[in-house]
Write a new protein. Structure first.
Length: 270
């Protein structure tokens, strides 16, 4: 009772009071804000397990991070920086490139105006060692072809399904049609690996998740990782917060809180 904790739950957190099993709570480290705690678990567990458990990231390797300015993207960049001499390629709109460079992305690529695969090849003709793929569809195929021998592609989402504020059945059909498919025999001859990751299906792996969180808390306490908060929104502005993400304006995590921060309330009163 009275412990400050981070909570890992698949849904139901957009409310003031929630009930979760104790096994899905983790003590917040000293000095961490509640906003940082809300931004840590899902994104950093995902980025950590993709890069280290599946990706086996080692010094002097190269990584392509899509949606590099988003929650998992910013977590992955910080985690890459904990390994010596990792070259990071990151896709994001041009307005976010300065921020990405400051955070450690050697080669930001504007996916809206450039073919990111061509841009990667210009700098690294052989491709990269690891690709983080939250896009799905034809981009998974491009990612596979960008891998060096012994390279690893980790797919963990299908953002190409989302094209605007409303469901787009054509986009869904196109993404499904273009979804990458490969045979075991083809993999054998390519010397490449494909992995699939979904934290939402890790419910029974409390020990495994707990060990990852312990490593993340240790990295936070050492100052090696720090959740990047883009903006904080009260519950009554949830639609604006969602729009902010859909329009891809965020750099880092978008956080919901029950009420507007007191400073903002005072400004509104004045």
């Amino acid at each position: 009772v009275g412990d400050k904790v981070m909570v890992l739950a698949g849904s139901g957190l957009w409310q003031e009071v929630v009930n979760v099993p104790a096994s899905q709570t983790f003590l917040m480290p000293e000095g961490m804000s509640f906003e940082e705690a809300a931004a840590l678990l899902v994104n950093y567990i995902t980025a950590y397990m993709i890069l280290f458990d599946f990706g086996n990231l080692r010094p002097n390797q190269s990584v392509l991070i899509h949606m590099a300015a988003g929650g998992v993207g910013t977590a992955a960049i910080q985690l890459c920086k904990t390994v010596e001499n990792v070259t990071i390629f990151g896709t994001a709109s041009a307005s976010k490139h300065d921020s990405l460079k400051e955070s450690g992305v050697a080669h930001p690529i504007d996916y809206r105006t450039m073919d990111y695969a061509e841009e990667v090849r210009k700098i690294s003709p052989k491709g990269v060692d690891i690709v983080l793929d939250p896009l799905g569809g034809s981009d998974t195929s491009k990612a596979f072809n960008l891998l060096k021998p012994m390279g690893k592609l980790i797919t963990y989402g299908a953002a190409n399904l989302i094209t605007g504020q409303k469901k787009n059945l054509m986009a869904m059909a196109k993404t499904w049609w273009n979804q990458f498919s490969i045979s075991a025999l083809h993999l054998l001859n390519q010397n490449k690996a494909i992995c699939g990751y979904n934290l939402g299906y890790m419910d029974g792996e409390a020990e495994l998740i707990g060990s990852v969180v312990a490593k993340l808390v240790n990295l936070y306490s050492q100052g090696k990782i720090k959740p990047k908060i883009d903006s904080v929104w009260p519950f009554d502005k949830v639609a604006d917060a969602m729009r902010h993400m859909q329009e891809k304006k965020n750099v880092g995590k978008v956080i919901l809180v029950p009420e507007a921060p007191k400073e903002e309330s005072k400004k509104a009163e004045n």
